[in-house]
Design a protein around this ligand. Structure first.
Ligand SMILES: *[C@@H]1O[C@H](CO)[C@@H](O)[C@H](O)[C@H]1NC(C)=O
Ligand SMILES: *[C@@H]1O[C@H](CO)[C@@H](O)[C@H](O)[C@H]1NC(C)=O
Length: 260
């Protein structure tokens, strides 16, 4: 039978393998959990309307970082899942790339210069050239403002944008956090300590003239130690009714059986 724990582990594994960019442990059309630098989450970066707009020449562009929340016009509607949309001066609309057809082509952790390249494909079809694509480079802006820039249409019907946002300012953490170091120190000192304890202890006991099992230092304590640990454990959890019931039933017999 599956416990809740197994399900959580399976979900974690499924989520991990979902990232297609090698530098993201987890990703979506507006998130990337960047290894050792933290989570990029563009939710809310478009303000209340959840898009950022820029006009360049005769076109107006809208970028919906975490999906479109309201229809704009033409094909730029919720049901088409646009990530980037274009409006011409004549009121025509084109989807330049869809949020459900995305790829994070690059995710680079470089402090103030951290950036992510989101490629949105499957835009409105062009008669000659095929489907429109849009690349949005999401870059850290240390000044703390959100800004969309239209860079170019290059090559034809491939649209390039830069989105400056403080949400992309992620900083690499040191590789070995203090917890890891403590763990390693413990893993090394525990066995060494045990060997020293036994070695010196056995030496002392041998000098005292002990033989066989008597050579092990504090043998009396070590024989009852498992019982002591178990009782200590039960005592800690004795506030739980189930454990208290079990304790009441067994504690007297156990203590009578225990070697002293
Ligand atoms: C992964 O990160 C490294 C170092 O920051 C970078 O050089 C590389 O281009 C990144 N790869 C991808 C696929 O984003
Ligand atoms: C869209 O982008 C992909 C990946 O860069 C590319 O292979 C494809 O040719 C592009 N589509 C068009 C119509 O240029």
């Amino acid at each position: 039978m599956f416990g809740i724990f197994q399900i959580i582990v399976l979900l974690l594994i499924a989520a991990q393998s979902y990232a297609s960019n090698e530098n993201c442990t987890l990703e979506s059309a507006c998130t990337c959990n960047l290894k050792s630098a933290g989570l990029l989450n563009l939710a809310g970066s478009g303000g209340g309307l959840d898009y950022i707009e820029i006009t360049s020449g005769v076109y107006t562009y809208r970028y919906y970082p975490c999906g479109v929340k309201a229809d704009w016009g033409g094909v730029c509607t919720i049901e088409n899942h646009p990530a980037v949309c274009q409006q011409t001066r004549d009121g025509e609309y084109y989807v330049l790339g869809k949020s459900n057809s995305y790829e994070i082509t690059r995710a680079v952790a470089k402090g103030d210069n951290t950036y992510f390249d989101f490629l949105f494909q499957d835009g409105t079809s062009d008669f000659i050239n095929g489907r429109r694509n849009a690349t949005v480079r999401v870059m850290c802006d240390i000044r703390g403002s959100h800004e969309l820039k239209f860079i170019s249409e290059s090559p034809i019907i491939n649209y390039n944008f830069v989105f400056m946002t403080p949400k992309a300012c992620l900083y690499k953490q040191p590789d070995a956090p203090i917890g890891n170091i403590l763990f390693i120190v413990l893993m090394v000192t525990l066995p060494v300590g045990l060997i020293l304890y036994l070695g010196i202890g056995v030496g002392i006991m041998a000098c005292k003239g002990e033989r066989r099992l008597g050579l092990i230092p504090n043998i009396g304590f070590w024989i009852i130690a498992p019982f002591l640990f178990f009782d200590g454990f039960l005592f800690v959890f004795s506030c739980i009714p189930f454990v208290r019931k079990y304790l009441k039933k067994t504690i007297e017999e156990d203590y009578e059986k225990m070697p002293s």
